[in-house]
Design a protein around this ligand. Structure first.
Ligand code: AMP
Length: 223
């Protein structure tokens, strides 16, 4: 049993504590208070800057003109990783979520942590040919051409409530394909969550047009 002594936290934090004990399972008291400070008093701007500062930007990768937003530096920073995952799941603490679907490959890392936090199952959405059992597939738009993603046909039961997770949404082609794939096997896509949105590329708007609420923690202008 875990005993948590909470001093001077908001009602919101107490709810989080009650509904999602996983949030506290490994948290020292000072970390928990840091998270609640964000929920209560800390300005959104400070949080935004803190998270942004842990993302490494690599110009001209994988090709000239692209600013690659590298989240491996965020993942390697224990505090930033914890805060990012806590923030991603915050709206659903206390809601029934059956599965978290993560998009290969960085969506697996974040999606696994999010699923653990929500006490939900995890479902991988993978590139074609990687999954061993019977699959359903969906083609999706890349900058030049199309590709295919797959998931196991029995990974989600009809009517199950699913949150989709990836590190970044740009044009939205990948996430749109994943939403369609999940809906194809009868999932209810409750929301799509990302650390980073590139709003100028219109991906989040594309998902919202499909009636999928989008949560992104930070945004970068341009592409
Ligand atoms: P899109 O389908 O255009 O929304 O692209 C999203 C996918 O491509 C995600 O899985 C991202 O990891 C990856 N991606 C696209 N643009 C970037 C970028 N500038 N930096 C890092 N990853 C990116």
């Amino acid at each position: 049993m875990v005993t948590v002594i909470v001093r001077s936290v908001s009602d919101e934090a107490i709810q989080t504590c009650f509904f999602a004990p996983g949030l506290l399972r490994f948290a020292r008291n000072d970390e928990f208070l840091a998270v609640t400070a964000k929920q209560g008093n800390e300005s959104a701007m400070t949080f935004d800057l803190d998270i942004k500062n842990t993302v490494r930007t690599i110009p001209d990768y994988p090709k000239p003109g692209i600013l690659f937003r590298d989240i491996t530096t965020l993942l390697a920073d224990a505090r930033a990783f914890r805060r990012a995952v806590d923030e991603l799941v915050h709206p659903w603490a206390g809601s029934k979520i059956d599965k978290v679907a993560g998009i290969e490959a960085r969506g697996f890392i974040l999606g696994g942590a999010v699923a653990h936090q929500l006490s939900a199952g995890f479902v991988p959405i993978r590139k074609k040919g990687k999954l061993p059992h019977k699959t359903v597939s969906m083609s999706y738009a890349l900058e030049y051409g199309t590709d295919e993603m797959e998931m196991h046909v029995d990974a989600v039961q009809p009517g199950e409530r699913v949150i989709l997770v990836d590190d970044l949404i740009a044009t939205g082609g990948t996430a749109e394909g994943a939403v369609k794939l999940l809906r194809q096997i009868g999932a209810t896509v409750v929301a799509a969550c990302f650390i980073i949105d590139l709003p100028d590329l219109g991906g989040a708007a594309k998902l919202r047009a499909l009636d999928v609420p989008v949560r992104a923690l930070i945004a970068f202008e341009g592409h």
